[in-house]
Design a protein. Sequence first.
Length: 663
Amino acid sequence: MPKKKSSRSPRKATPPRRVINRLYEAEELLEGGQPAEAARLLEEFDRRHPGFVPVLETLADAYYELQDMHGYEWACYRLLQVDDSNADAALALGGAYIANFRPALAIRVLEYILRRWPDHERAAEARQTLDQLYIGLHSEMEELGLAEAEALELAVLNEQVRLFLEHGRLPQGKQVAEKLLKSYPDFVPAINNLSQIYAQQGDTRRAIELCRRVLAIEPDNVHALSNLTRMSFVSGQPEEAAAMAERLKASQAPAIDFWTKKAEAFSILGDDRAVLDLYEQAKKAGALKPPEASPLFLHLAAVAHWNQGKEKEARRLWQRALDLQPGFELAQQQLDDLKQPPGHRCGPWGMPLAVWITGGTIRELSNTLEKAARRKQDSAVQAAAGQFLDRHPELIFLAPHMLGRSDPLSIDFAINLAGMSHHPDLLAALEEFIRGQRGRDKQRINAAQALSEAGLLPSGTTRMWMAGEWRDILFLSFEITPEPDSPHFSPEVQQLYEEAYDALQDDEPQKAQRLLEQAVALEPDSPSLLNNLAKAFDMQGEEEKAHAMLQDIHRRFPDYTFGIISMAHMAMQVGDVDKARDLLNGLMQRKRLHYSEYEVLCMAQIELCLAEKNKDAARSWFETWERVDPENPKLEIYRLRVGLVDTAAMFEKLMRRKKGRKG
């Protein structure tokens, strides 16, 4: 029976205005040749307000236009569940079942149609299709050694399990699988499907037990070997996973989705070579063409090709996967990612977060951290995250793999878990991550910040891949505060200090010198007063005296920030950039700096970077300074110094102004 769009059933009641509005938008998109946009619009509405017949009908039409038989099937199924009098929906569901290789379910639907609507205009077509399906299933039923009715019932139940599993209806799938196994306890396909349901529900132990049960019956069963490889790996048992993978490579047992199930297992292990070998075998076997061709298999092969540097072939395979199934999300995500600017790309991934970690585990972490956060103490959150890892040690093993080859959500999960727990192995994984090209720029920055907060990334520049190139990125691990660390002066000295400071700002060094000498006479052990006095001498051209004073200040007060920076400037003046770097690196280990200290540190670092001919690092320091203190008037001077101002354009603009005035 040919696939056909479902005809709209008569509207029994006027739907709510919000439904009408959404349907109108979707219809406009469909008529405008944008079925993917229509489907996304309706999917979002259906998630929030499930069960509206008009929405399901339009959604089915959108999936049909996309030739997304997976989505089309589920929309038709749900449509018939809420409106069992819809003959067109039943016919459409039968077509979808045939397209998705569910012949037993198609038989049941067609039988239902012919019983309920024997005079339907498409009844003859339905009878013809039904006869063809029975002929096709006859040989398979004979292999089961059961009576025809019993064999058909078994096939229907098994296809129902697959239907619910593939559409994420795990409780319904589990219920049907258990019902089937009560009557047929050694029916291997149902055991395999039930194993996957347990795995997705987070019961890995029970899932693995079922895989072993299958292998006791069929030692080379491809599905069981594939599932056991994947589940062993994600539960932190890489040796067991590797052993199962070797058995899987050797197995030639017949299986539905033979190539895809193998590729899934090799992909989760990160074995690109095995996936590529499998791809070549599938090509020779003619399995890359319909009806055997699988979009998921092509996607996994594309990722393996990309990882081997074969970008053109990878893009071709992702597009081929979309040609087979236009709504196939994994392939579309890769191509969309590649369209992003370099700094916003994640890089291809084989499997999404849900394959690595179950939804139940994520909910457990969320609940654990939410309870800890109520105590409003960072230590409570860190302790809670540590306790969670004690219960789920497999995540410590998985984190480097998630950072290295999974989707953006997996990368964010690993970064956040490392930042909250400060677990040393997770932090080590972040250190490797920030030095690679995987992930988005923002994710590498977040990982670096987590390392900084854990005390593992000292203040300074770090070589990182940003915006598609290697750059020196500045990270600061100290607090910048408006509260000075130095003690307050006496009222008399404070008055002299403030007047002297104003004099220095007004370029009156002689006046400043006189005021500061009075202040030093009253408080001779103040490095701040002595430092400003040295500056007054320097402004009057008495460099030797100023330098001698600065050296004495550093000798007497070795931890004084301005004294250290002054010594760094003196080292730069004589070309000793190594000494200057050592002095400034010492300051970078401070836990807190006053705004004035931070200002002079930024200026000194910029000067040092320019002396080292590292303009990228100088700009990084400037940009960091600008973010912290955007109103600082000294920024404009250094903007020019680091080359962030187009001097040629400024000159041209100035000349135009002059010509304008002359005119």
